[in-house]
Structure formats: structure tokens, C-alpha cells
Design a protein around this ligand. Sequence first.
Ligand SMILES: [Zn+2]
Length: 207
Amino acid sequence: MNLAEAAEELVRLGTDFHRRGWMLGTSGNLSIVLSRNPLRVAITASSIDKGRMHPGQILEVDAQGKAVQGAEGRPSAETLLHLEVIRSAGAEAVMHTHSVWGTILSDYHRSRGGLAIEGYEMLKGLEGIQTHEHREWIPVMENRQDMAALAAEARSIFAKQPQIHGLLVRRHGMYTWGKDLQTAARHVEILEFLMEAVGRRQLMEPT
Ligand SMILES: [Zn+2]
């Protein structure tokens, strides 16, 4: 995939995620690997309105997160975390959303270190999961503006828990990824569904 093709795909997804309330305003960002050697990644530029995205707002960055070509604007500060997920999880695409449920649940479950989701049929939409009896653990990291420190924390989480499909940042949002763009986008749908289901269910019987 070249930058122009990637830009078209990321704009299509970003517009869809905005419509569904997962990337409102300028929140969230999306990336896809263009090449591995050398590493080149297409990613949404910083501070762009996700309801009015266009392909000219997608940048190509290198392994350090420096813009190589494309787009007006600069790479998002969160580019470093995308690059970490690409390296540590072997991901080909990374999606970062700021949904209401991700924001609330990451706050509520931070003291436990993460959120466990089990017993839901929709879990089978996660790559490699065959049964609703699966227990999915989504670690929650503390939010901070030091993205290098956040990336280092993510790296240590992947080293200990390579089987995870998502990461939450407290009162901020979610990162998920996949072996290709379709898988990563599906993981957004599945995890956002599950977080909303778990959150709404908990409202019925607060514990
Ligand atoms: Zn964010």
C-alpha cells in the first residue's frame, strides 16, 4: 500500500469512527504500516477534525516518528505510541479512539490495573478467540503527556502480556491493532461494543 492508498483508507475509517462517536472533534488517530524495512507508517496528522478529514491530512513518518512526506501539519504526539504498538505487537495497523465508554471504564478500572471482559459472544470477534468463555484483559495505563514514558510502559506490558488485543489510557481512550487494517478496524468495533455493554450492564447493578 502506498501513502495515497493508505490515506484514502484512513480517511474512510476516521470518518466512520467519528460518526459513531469514537473519535469526536480532533480526538484519536489512525495508522498503517507502509513498509517494514525501513519502517514507514502512514498516520493522521495532529489536531485534525475527524468529521472533516481528507487524504491531504495523512502523513508518512519514519521509525522515530519524524514526517517523511505528505500532508500539511505535523505528526500527532501519540505517534510514538503507535510506533511502539507496531514494534511490540507486530501490528500492521493501529487505531486510537476516545469513546465515552473507554474514557469512563479506563478511569473506573485503573485501580485494578485493567479491565476484564468475559462471557460475551462478541469476544469471538477478536483475532484468535474461539469461544465466549474467553477472558479478555485490557490493561489500563495512567494518562500522561510524556509519550516516550507511555510508550515504554506499553512495551513492558506487551513483554508480559503479548496476548492482549487492546490497551486503555485512563480518562483518555483506547489503543487496538491488527495484522491488517481490516482486523484493526474490527477490533475497534468489537472492543467498543464490549466496553459499552460492560459499562451499561454495570449501571444496572453497581458493585
Ligand atoms: Zn488520544
